[in-house]
Write a protein that binds this ligand. Sequence first.
Ligand code: D41
Length: 710
Amino acid sequence: MSAARQRAQWLRETLARWSYQYHTLDEPSVPDAQYDQAYRELQALEAEHPDLITPDSPTQRVGEKPVEFLKQVPHATPMLSLGNGFEDQDIEQFDARVRDWLLKAGVLNAAQAADPLVVLYCAELKYDGLAVTLRYENGLLVQAATRGDGSTGEDVTHNVRTIEVVPLRLLPGERPHPEVLEVRGEVLMFNADFERLNQQQAERGDKLFVNPRNAAAGSLRQLDPALTARRPLRFFAYGANTKLGHGQFAMLDDLRGWGLPVSPRRALVQGAAGLLDFYRQIQVERKRLPFEIDGVVYKVNNEAWQDALGFVARAPRFAIAHKFPPQEVMTRLLDIEIQVGRTGALTPVARLDPVFVGGTTVSNATLHNEDEIRRKDVHVGDMVVVRRAGDVIPEVVRAVAEFRPAQVTSFVMPTACPVCGSEVVREANEAVARCTGGFVCMAQRKQGLLHFAQRRAVMIDGLGEKLVDQLIEANLVKAPADFFTLSVEALLRLERMGQKSAENLLAAIQAARSTTLARLVFGLGIRHVGEETARQLALAFGSMKALREQDYTVLAQAKEAGQTQGLEGIGPEILASLQSYFSDPRQCKLIDDLREVGVTWPEHEARWKLETLTQENADVDDLVQTGMAIPPLQGLSFVITGTLPELSRDQAADLIRAHGGQVSSAVSKKTAYLLAGEAAGSKLAKAQELGVKVIDEAALREMLAQGKPD
Ligand code: D41
């Protein structure tokens, strides 16, 4: 019997230590299976000898029956509140006040109090959870309570016992723990756990929690501990009722030594300057933290000084919370407007009563799409929660039903484009509704023209948003081809357009006249066709004619059946989009018009073919034998450096890509050629070091003329 008792005690202690190493230190010492085995052994032992069960046994975390209600418990020592500030100034004043009080209390002399770095602070994270207090008597967890109003809270012992990171018995630690220890801290839920929980809730058709804090609160204030046990709650300690005599920072170390999780990020800093420095660091680190914080907390580190400072009302003078600007606020939804994007996507945008959120004033926020509006139950006139986290676009999170006025209007997606009146369609299994107007639609025209003229597309240098606006306004440009019929005279009629600027623009347009198929295909703004896809298409099809004449429905089937070569990166979505684009006569006219006004691009024979070859024998030799053109630079990687005699680096890259080569920015062992011009520097040295072949522009042209690398 005594052997069983000893064994049970050893198992309890060992399991507690492993759990501490796993949860608090994040340094698991044994594999999970080992833990489980020991746990089962203890369970079996306790089943055989029920008198061996102790309240700190890990098997007893969910030992209790549901409670009928949450009991009120008076706090032995009141749980204080925390003053707060938002601005740097608030923090500077806080530090000045602290020094002033320490001077009055006779702790500091006048010279010391004048030193802005004299006070050492412990700077911590401010967890966005629920404040609780845990009472340990002789090391054993005997009670857990919410903060409540600070004097009286709710008894949540049965639930807190189920939180795995909370030790049921304190570990020995480096220094002995007091006989009675009240640990203050926050119960919270990690973001990833919250997401997972909400997913489960959705699958079961249960109500969703609005944020991790809310989920933590809901989970902690349950009557049935078995339910709480299934919720992934965590706990971080930030203080204790009794001073331990070595300062706040060291106290957190003590708590950690006794098995309690404490802030993974805290610092001892000097003066307001040190505090603000910490604040800025945490602002940056915030988005990488696995849980939500709503600011940081500063505490005078020296406990004797803390005592000397005393309290105002219920808040200690030694501490302050420096809060981040709120990321979620409530405001009124004044209207829902429709924005039409370059691809014709209709996005509902919320017009809001301006509010300060996430550090700026926000008056517009995205509502994403029609389904999202339904899901969030948002109506015009509602009070809504607006969220702006970090640099993310502000969004409407949900309506607050409680504040719904008698009169609200439901949103309906218009059936005609608000910009051009064209029909709006929403394809099956698509969340987005689209205007079918294309370049006919002003909204798409402007964005489409900018897209066409951008650097990565047909590249008309110096053509910015303002100028495109002016050109559209003056009715000079409706479609891409119109750029190429502009004259200096026409341009001079635009406001703020001088002779020199007009000439420069025309020169840029002239330069854009000879382009590449890849740039053109990208510039057309076909849905799902980005820069890289456009390059692949140009390479595979070789010519605009081939692209236009293709039946993409047939091609998609052939591809499905594995009968195509050279179209590896082109998926069914892209093929469907090409089919719809090239079967629209308005779009085809646009391309014809470009040719008409003298836009040119080199074309070559199609690289891919519809083959009856099987995948296995379809190697390069077969393709050559079947007469398929292989681009001369296929599979070769180039790096370009220095100034070339005739081509710009962009043009050289286009040329290489148009012939099947790749262009990268750094020289490596995989580089086939370094194309070097005048004043080549470190890349040339690197190429020589690695034995990479170095060629000049003439050699490149020679390769292309020969149709093969040298
Ligand atoms: O992380 C927190 N939310 C946090 C809250 C913290 N790190 N430290 C805190 N320190 C205190 C004092 C200084 C009063 C012991 C607190 C709180 N109080 C607090 N939480 C809720 C009310 C007060």
